[in-house]
Design a protein around this ligand. Structure first.
Ligand SMILES: Nc1ncnc2c1ncn2[C@@H]1O[C@H](COP(=O)(O)OP(=O)(O)OP(=O)(O)O)[C@@H](O)[C@H]1O
Length: 217
């Protein structure tokens, strides 16, 4: 199966301080990897580097065969829009858009708005009744589900999920992880999940731990 993500010898520093180095990881279609690691070790930074949202100091990141570290910012933005779904730890929903419009944004940006697909995702994350509400009227767990629905709505090839169940009760978290896993396995996507939750990580095919000098089982 083709590799959707290939990370080779990735290194990241902030000034003189090394966050991580020697990080290599390959994911093919249908693969789901969970990354654990102590707080501050660089898990969110790694996801940002994969998405081209942060610079890297060494190594390469190929997404569906394209090295994102060698693209211009505009080219990276197009690749993110077409290939990536990102569940940010801090949600990053747009405050002036309704829940439905936030979820539909990736489709709109690709010039293929689809209200039916948005409705399907809102149903799947249990937010259909809140479709017209503004984000500021939602709870943290509801916002997290908006972020998950938005990351899946355009059926991206690569899903990067940063602690996507951190604000959810155990039952809702299980349902959201099942939704994420179904997207990966039924649609041939690949997912990198960053989490502190062993329950969430149990949905993955492989569980790896990030340390300063690399990533390993
Ligand atoms: N813009 C920045 N400038 C300098 N240091 C940074 C910057 N962003 C992150 N860091 C540092 O990089 C390290 C990795 O941060 P990161 O948020 O990736 O960790 P994490 O493993 O995701 O943590 P957590 O599990 O607590 O969310 C931390 O020590 C953090 O302080």
């Amino acid at each position: 199966m083709p590799d959707l993500l290939q990370i080779r010898s990735l290194a990241k520093r902030y000034g003189e301080s090394t966050v991580f180095r020697n990080v290599s990881l390959t994911l093919c279609e249908g693969e789901f990897v969970a990354i654990l690691g102590e707080s501050g070790v660089g898990k969110s930074t790694l996801l940002n580097c994969i998405a081209g949202l942060d610079t890297v100091d060494d190594g390469s990141v190929h997404i569906a065969g394209t090295d994102i570290t060698h693209l211009t910012e505009a080219q990276q933005a197009i690749l993110r829009r077409t290939q990536l779904g990102f569940v940010f730890q801090a949600f990053h929903v747009l405050p002036h858009l309704s829940v439905a419009d936030n979820v539909g944004l990736p489709l709109l940006l690709q010039g293929r708005p689809d209200d039916t697909r948005v409705r399907t995702l809102l149903d799947a994350v249990g937010l259909a009744a809140l479709a017209e509400r503004l984000p500021r009227t939602l709870s943290g767990g509801q916002l997290q589900r908006v972020a998950l629905a938005r990351a899946l709505v355009h059926q991206p090839k690569l899903i990067l999920a940063d602690e996507p169940t951190g604000n959810l009760d155990p039952e809702t978290a299980e349902r959201m992880m099942a939704l994420l896993a179904a997207q990966v396995r039924e649609h041939g996507a690949a997912c990198v999940l960053v989490t502190h939750s062993q329950h969430a990580a149990a949905h993955a095919d492989r569980v790896l731990t990030l340390r300063q000098d690399g990533i390993a089982p």
